[in-house]
Design a binder for this molecule. Structure first.
Ligand code: C2E
Ligand code: CA
Ligand code: CA
Length: 641
């Protein structure tokens, strides 16, 4: 059965798949990146190799063609070897390319890795003179001694590719990993089959099939693209940054953030998502190639500059900022965009992907001046790096401390307290949560911090002091990032059980800032803890994050109105209306209301009129160490008799 017609059939199928996939690659326009070019070359070589199988099949099956075969088959074999020898090296370069390993032709390592390829290719190209790799008797093919070298080199690159793949495991998306492994397995399958039975000539076909997998999952970059554009998205930026850092590649980043994006988006039809990106995309493409551009959000563009381009980063940033002095055209109108432009070097200034995202999140805070932000302006990233260090040494150096801020009933009696974390760092001094909590959330240390606070609160309650002074509960802040972590509910219950305190005496405060997808998970977490007896407060109600929907669907006991709402009520009538309506709405839902940021007697009078339930603020006390709180409330109790 495994005769020449088998060879012919397999060769024809492989060739057809190659041709279809090559055409498809051109149709989808995926030909501009180095990665695309290597991929296409592999496919073209495989197409040539499958033609060799077809030719073998045709001539082998027709003895009448002997004369022609003696000419055609050696030529076809020559072309086959000339291309096939390069396949494994190309696959290695392909994997290196998507794994961010530098393939620039400067380092010794690169030349060394190219050497086996160059030698074996030279061997095949000069074979007609040497007959070292193979030779022909008429049209009968004989293997030569040199073939062993070709195989060895192929194995070398194949193994090298696998090593690179595993080395970069963390920075390649799961889909890509699966596709590349599939390819590796298909190649192995084909080679082994052909070794076991030399008539089972399926190697080319399995390689072509394996490569189809790579086409679907690696070459097709839909999952990496910012939808509706040809630029990459936030997830791709994250993975690529990790990849560059992992392989210590140097690059410069130019960040362009459009400050007036809200207004622009309101100006045009709100159904169009990418207005700003569309407006500037032609210009951006004239500055760098599209595959060096990332769009982390709809108002921000990050350009990555590599190799020689790095040196031009500063110059380029200046000219980009200058371009924003002129108007931008979009459909039938033209607008001025107000941009902040930043330049940062990787890895000297940006040491991790989290540094970059921290910078992107804070870019609006640095928008004032009309100049490119660089060097000293990036001090806040360095500050973040030192805060990270302070956070991680904090536990071994006992620099964390829980402060408590008392809360009161409307009639002035003590109601409870909120636990608030502080850091007394030996190098950076006192740190406040507004600055370090976002860093802790990014670095994952937030879980330890929240648990540390919870333990401190449990010890406090266990001491019996809160109950003695009539506190009904102590409030503990929870980060949503921590709540969503697997095992959060079990861990939390375990901590509280360890101290054997009543769950009702702990009230968790949460600032809701959820994406719609996470909503159901979050709802489930709260309801499981509520069943255990814990209380819940919604924190910062009225700020950008919270919304009315979540009051309805999440099971809160207390709504904490944000201090900004209280303060705005004193400033003007609109503010007052907002506060009054907010209070009325929550009261109609029969939920308790706590107001924070109470600093004056006038504010207390206002809140008495509105009949809110609990008060918290500097008027009563700032957050203070536990011992100070105990002293304070015991004096209060004594003075009230
Ligand atoms: P928050 O939960 O909204 O906490 C209230 C913040 O307002 C506290 O700042 C408190 O000191 C401050 N504050 C209270 N009354 C007044 C007042 O009358 N006037 C003024 N100007 N401020 C007042 P703090 O302690 O700096 O905490 C900041 C934020 O950090 C907290 O906001 C909370 O979101 C977060 N945080 C604090 N401790 C923890 C913790 O243990 N875990 C987590 N996940 N987050 C925490
Ligand atoms: Ca709070
Ligand atoms: Ca708050």
């Amino acid at each position: 059965m495994l005769d020449y017609s088998f060879s012919f059939g397999v060769g024809l199928s492989a060739c057809l798949i190659c041709i279809v996939n090559i055409i498809y690659t051109f149709i989808s326009g995926r030909t501009d990146k180095a990665q695309n070019k290597i991929f296409l070359t592999i496919y073209i070589f495989l197409a040539i190799n499958s033609m060799n199988e077809i030719i073998n099949g045709v001539f082998g099956a027709n003895p009448s063609l002997v004369e022609k075969a003696a000419i055609v088959i050696p030529i076809s074999k020559y072309v086959y070897f000339a291309t096939h020898t390069l396949l494994c090296p190309l696959f290695f370069y392909y994997v290196s390319n998507i794994s961010f390993v530098s393939t620039r032709f400067s380092s010794k390592r690169v030349i060394l890795t190219a050497l086996p390829m160059l030698i074996t290719e030279l061997m095949t190209l000069t074979n007609p003179l040497t007959n070292f790799v193979w030779h022909f008797d008429g049209y009968i093919y004989h293997r030569g001694k040199g073939l062993a070298f070709i195989y060895l080199a192929a194995v070398f690159y194949y193994v090298l590719a696998i090593v690179v793949l595993f080395n970069s495991w963390r920075v390649i998306s799961r889909r890509r990993k699966k596709a590349l492994l599939f390819f590796v397995l298909m190649v192995a399958l084909g080679v082994v089959a052909q070794l076991v039975n030399e008539h089972l000539r399926i190697e080319v076909l399995t390689e072509v099939m394996g490569l189809s997998g790579a086409m679907v999952a690696v070459e097709n970059e839909d999952e990496r693209l910012y939808s509706g554009t040809t630029f990459y998205n936030r997830a791709a930026l994250n993975l690529d940054m990790e990849g560059y850092l992992m392989h210590r590649r140097k690059l410069s980043l130019i960040v362009i953030h459009i400050n007036n994006h809200d207004i622009i988006n309101r100006l045009v039809d709100s159904r169009e998502n990418n207005v700003i990106i569309d407006m500037i995309s032609d210009y951006i493409k004239s500055v760098v190639k599209r595959y060096y551009v990332y769009v982390p959000d709809r108002a921000t563009v990050v350009l990555s500059l590599h190799d020689e381009m790095c040196d031009k980063a500063d110059e380029l940033a200046d000219s980009i900022l200058k371009r924003f002095d002129e108007a931008w055209e979009y459909k039938d109108f033209s607008v001025m965009l107000n941009a902040t432009v930043m330049v940062a070097d990787v890895p000297s200034q940006i040491k991790g992907a989290s540094d970059l995202f921290y910078m992107l999140d804070r870019i609006e805070l640095n928008r004032d001046e009309k100049r490119v932000l660089r060097d000293d302006d990036l001090g806040f990233i360095m500050r973040k790096q030192s805060i990270e260090e302070a956070l991680s040494r904090g536990f071994s150096e006992n620099s964390y401390e829980v402060y408590y801020q008392p809360t009161y009933n409307l009639n002035g009696t003590l109601h409870g307290a909120e636990a608030l974390i502080r850091i007394h760092d030996k190098e950076l001094g006192n740190l406040y949560p507004d600055e370090f909590i976002p860093v802790a959330e990014q670095s994952g240390l937030i879980d330890d911090i929240d648990n540390f606070v919870l333990e401190d609160v449990c010890k406090f309650i266990k001491s019996g002091i809160p109950a003695k002074y009539g506190m009904s509960n102590v409030n503990v802040n929870l980060s949503v990032i921590h709540c969503m972590r697997p095992g959060f509910v079990e861990d939390t219950i375990a901590i509280v059980n360890k101290y054997g305190v009543r769950k009702k005496s702990i009230n968790f405060e949460i600032t809701e800032s959820l994406a719609a997808d996470d909503y159901e998970i979050f709802k489930n977490i709260i309801s499981r803890l509520k069943k255990e007896g814990f209380m819940f407060s919604m924190d910062d109600y009225g700020t950008g994050y919270s919304n009315v929907n979540s009051i309805f669907s999440l099971d809160f006991d207390v709504i904490k109105i944000d201090k900004s709402i209280l303060w705005a009520a004193e400033k003007n009538e609109l503010g007052m209306t907002i506060l009054e309506n907010t209070v009325r709405m929550i009261q109609q839902m029969k939920l308790k209301i706590q107001v924070e940021g109470v600093e004056t007697l006038e504010q207390i009078k206002l809140l008495e009129r509105l009949k809110v339930d609990y008060l918290q603020g500097y008027y009563f006390s700032k957050p203070i160490p536990k011992n100070d709180l105990v002293k304070m409330i015991s004096i209060e109790k004594a003075s009230k008799g």
